[in-house]
Design a protein around this ligand. Structure first.
Ligand code: PSV
Ligand code: MN
Length: 388
């Protein structure tokens, strides 16, 4: 089997959004590990994100997290991003770090707490107006730790009510994107634990409410590509938060733990017709680079998505369909696996060079001296990280 150049050209359609928080300091439950040259503010995060786009050519947007990326003047931040060849992307809300939300935010039994959480989202929508962002992404840390701690059904009703109030303020070209996660930080039950709950909640809201699938948010052994297929089939897959997990929500480089899973996911994206510039699916990374260098971590992530997308594009769809129709179990599986095993890296290097990009983005970035430069110049101030 050889590389199908025409199919490879479809990569032009791909846009990967990087998270601003990937450039700040992150860590484990036990320690946050600082690195030299880490940004002190959202502007410096954008400078770092621009490096990822410069070398890969496929990462033109940066997602922000509020309040971590709050600034006085969002139009200044937008034009700073534009000067660096980037756009501001998804606005992520944050109701998981305030004392107030210890027992929940949009689901809390106290209407005053719920109102505070709703108001935070309205503020995020206001920011979206200024940054030109399309998506408001909501992930909730809400849940309980002990059976009987709170009424699960009431919490679901309160969630529906709170989301309804937020959705009312979502503009005609904006979307509310609800992210699910099966556990953590709550351990007994989580209020939005799975795609079914997220789907039920967004369906009740309306057309501009969709689901975010974070690849790290499933129990071991979950067939994630089935969920991708189903949400696409239902027209409700709004975005991906790409990362890798071995055990829990590890937030590692996407494709690092299981490249074959990423390949299967990208196949379902292609099969579902969403590998397209006009696609309504946002391909976002959601990662924290604790022990590896951050910009290289993001470059590797983008390249992994590109590589697995390229391999998935190599599947001979006509032959696959014929084998499936003929009930040729092994033949169909062979067609699928042949594409996965095809080494597309030399063809990808050529494709990049043909677009005036670095043939080897990682090597060229490392040789550029940018890491040493930020290490020397970004001294003093407070490094960005969780809570900043
Ligand atoms: C929660 O684990 C999550 O995946 C959500 O997307 C948050 O916004 C993000 O991580 C923050 O790190
Ligand atoms: Mn996420």
């Amino acid at each position: 089997m050889s590389v199908n150049e025409a199919a490879l050209a479809n990569l032009e359609q791909l846009e990967i959004e990087v998270p601003s928080w990937a450039y700040g300091n992150t860590g484990t439950r036990f320690k946050v590990f600082p690195q030299p040259g880490v940004p002190r503010n959202p502007f410096e995060k954008i400078e770092d994100a621009a490096q990822v786009h410069k070398y890969t050519g496929l990462a033109p947007r940066v997602a922000l997290h509020i309040p971590w990326d709050k600034v006085d003047d969002y139009s200044q931040l937008s034009s700073f991003a534009a000067d660096h060849g980037l756009e501001l992307g998804t606005i992520n809300s944050n109701t998981f770090q305030d004392e107030l939300y210890k027992l929940g935010s949009l689901t809390h039994s106290d209407s005053k707490v719920r109102k505070r959480a709703i108001d935070h989202h309205l503020e995020c929508i206001e920011i979206m107006g200024k940054t030109g962002s399309r998506d408001l992404k909501i992930w909730l840390a809400d849940g309980t730790n002990y059976p009987g701690q709170d009424d699960m059904r009431d919490r679901q009703d309160r969630l529906a009510d709170s989301l309804g109030k937020i959705y009312e303020q979502i503009g005609p070209s904006q979307r509310l994107v609800l992210e699910y996660k099966f556990f953590e930080p709550a351990f007994y039950h989580t209020d939005v634990p799975d795609w079914g709950t997220a789907y039920a909640q967004v369906m009740a809201l309306g057309e501009r409410a969709v689901v975010c699938l974070d690849t790290g948010h499933h129990a071991p052994g979950t067939n994630i590509e089935f969920i991708v297929m189903q949400l696409l089939r239902l027209g409700k897959l709004g975005s991906f938060d790409f990362n890798s997990r071995f055990y829990a929500d590890d937030d590692l480089i996407v494709g690092a733990a299981d490249p074959f899973q990423l390949f299967r996911i990208m196949f379902e994206v292609i099969r579902g017709g969403s590998f397209d510039k006009k696609s309504n699916v946002t391909f976002m990374l959601d990662e924290g680079h604790n022990i590896e260098a951050k910009i290289p971590g993001q470059i590797r992530s983008v390249l992994n998505v590109v590589e697995m997308a390229a391999r998935a594009l190599m599947i001979d769809l006509g032959a696959l369909e014929r084998a499936q129709e003929a009930g040729d179990v092994m033949g169909a599986n062979d067609i699928f696996m042949d594409a996965f095993y095809l080494d597309v890296r030399p063809a990808l290097a050529q494709w990049r060079a043909g677009r005036g990009l670095a043939a080897d983005p990682m090597a060229e970035f490392l040789a550029s001296g940018y890491l040493a430069q930020i290490g020397e110049t970004r001294v003093g101030g407070n490094q960005a990280g969780w809570g900043a």
